[in-house]
Design a protein around this ligand. Sequence first.
Ligand SMILES: NC(=O)c1ccc[n+]([C@@H]2O[C@H](COP(=O)([O-])OP(=O)(O)OC[C@H]3O[C@@H](n4cnc5c(N)ncnc54)[C@H](O)[C@@H]3O)[C@@H](O)[C@H]2O)c1
Ligand SMILES: O=C(O)CC[C@@H](O)C(=O)O
Length: 524
Amino acid sequence: MFRILVSDKISEEGLQPLLNSSHIMLVNKNVADAGEELETADALLVRSATQVTEELMKKMPQLKIVARAGVGVDNIDVEAATKLGIVVINAPDGNTISTTEHTFAMMASMLRHIPQATVSVKSNEWNRNAFVGTEMRGKTLGIVGLGRIGSELAKRARAFEMNVIVFDPFLTEERAYKIGVTTASLDELLSTADIITVHTPLTKETKGLLNEKTLSKTKKGVYLINCARGGIIEEAAVIPLLESGHIRGIALDVFETEPPENTSLLQYEQVIATPHLGASTKEAQLNVASQVSEEVLAFFNGEPVTSSINLPTISKEVYEKIMPFYQLAKKMGNFVSQCMAEPVNEISVAYEGSVGELQTAAITKSLIAGFLSPRVASTVNEVNAGMIAKERGISFSEKISNETSGYENCLTVKVVGNKSVFSIKGTYIPHYGERIVELNGFNIDFYPDGHLLYIQHSDKPGAIGRVGRLLGDHSINIATMQVGRKQRGGDAIMMLSFDKAVTERVVSELNDLEGIVSVRTIDL
Ligand SMILES: NC(=O)c1ccc[n+]([C@@H]2O[C@H](COP(=O)([O-])OP(=O)(O)OC[C@H]3O[C@@H](n4cnc5c(N)ncnc54)[C@H](O)[C@@H]3O)[C@@H](O)[C@H]2O)c1
Ligand SMILES: O=C(O)CC[C@@H](O)C(=O)O
């Protein structure tokens, strides 16, 4: 049973794909109240309220995936999750339109004093002079961050005949042209915009982006909006500018701490606020819940997740092509790791032929994970393999070539250790499967699976027979056997497969046989 702990309020309708599965169990409980559920949960579903810290994840030994029903993952320690081999996914666009509309509603409300006028009318006042507003038409809207929400907002602003100017260091001129916005430096935006709205993630670059210094460059009478993340506009820097009348209004959906701890800013008449409601519509909540449910279900079924924060994203079509190589690479890494009982410094992989056209980075991660798994006590998978390899001083590289050497596709892995170098070549043949076709320069052909014995011997009469006899004496059935040599009478190798593991005692007896150089058990 795959157990999912749902820690925040998530649309039940959106969770249907998970609720419909008889192999999945959902428990609705906040992590703060969960006890035993923490120990058994395979997946954790959250919105923005639950803080997914390293400490929490360490209390969840079975945890494999954290799903954020929303965009921002700043409540999740993604780095710690990556280290622990936990996949983090989000629902990147399910609430884009709702948040865009909320931002637009905040802008309209602020410019026409709707919240303040509502309070006034409800207090039996009829004060039409106090609430003279500002038109949007002809005003310049400065958008900081033209991602999903920023670009949807730009479209709507243009429909209201506003000029749109954008600052986004990662925006190409081509995309800006397509959306119909003018790009600018931050300083240009600050000095020309009548209304500034921020739509970036909260990062070390965007934290306090609008601060005392940058805000002093804005036009007198500027309006500010933050429906992205608390802290992008520094709250304390706004107060003196509100008092002086430099900032005419500010609309906030998000705060430096939520709920706000320092409420002094909220006392100002020119401040309008909502409690992080950008994504709070029925539609957005259904969208984000459905998106993460489908993704968690795909993860449970061993299919690719398309919105992972810490895994390369792979579409279903690419996944189907990549999967055979992904598994082959994992087995090749694992095989070499078991063959080389020594510290390793370098792993290089060369992709030849059609496999080079796929997302080789994901295949290389799988290879590294396969290599590390017999050597690392903690979970190691493609999420954390690169990080663990680096921590252990293992560098890895890949080379891609269209050339082929007899096989339509081929992976050649070279592992450099302290004492030796090991090389292995593998291929995937449709309808035939994974094959290892070369080991340390010996041509061979075997299926890398199950219980194997890798024997190095001298190509002399009797060596193979002695191995067969000894195994027979121990009633051990050889399932398959392949032999390879470079030249007559020289060094040779045998690869044997068995239905069950061969014991250490038998391995030691095999090692003592005449003509046998070394024997290694490999379990894949
Ligand atoms: N209030 C809510 O309920 C709510 C709902 C959804 C999203 N959000 C927040 O809104 C924000 C935007 O979401 P999105 O889906 O549009 O994200 P997105 O990733 O699509 O867009 C972010 C944009 O910011 C730009 N950017 C990054 N660093 C920048 C910098 N230093 N200066 C200027 N631009 C920079 C990126 O290039 C990108 O274009 C996020 O913080 C998200 O968490 C809030
Ligand atoms: O869960 C929510 O309602 C907030 C969502 C929003 O902040 C997001 O980043 O997607």
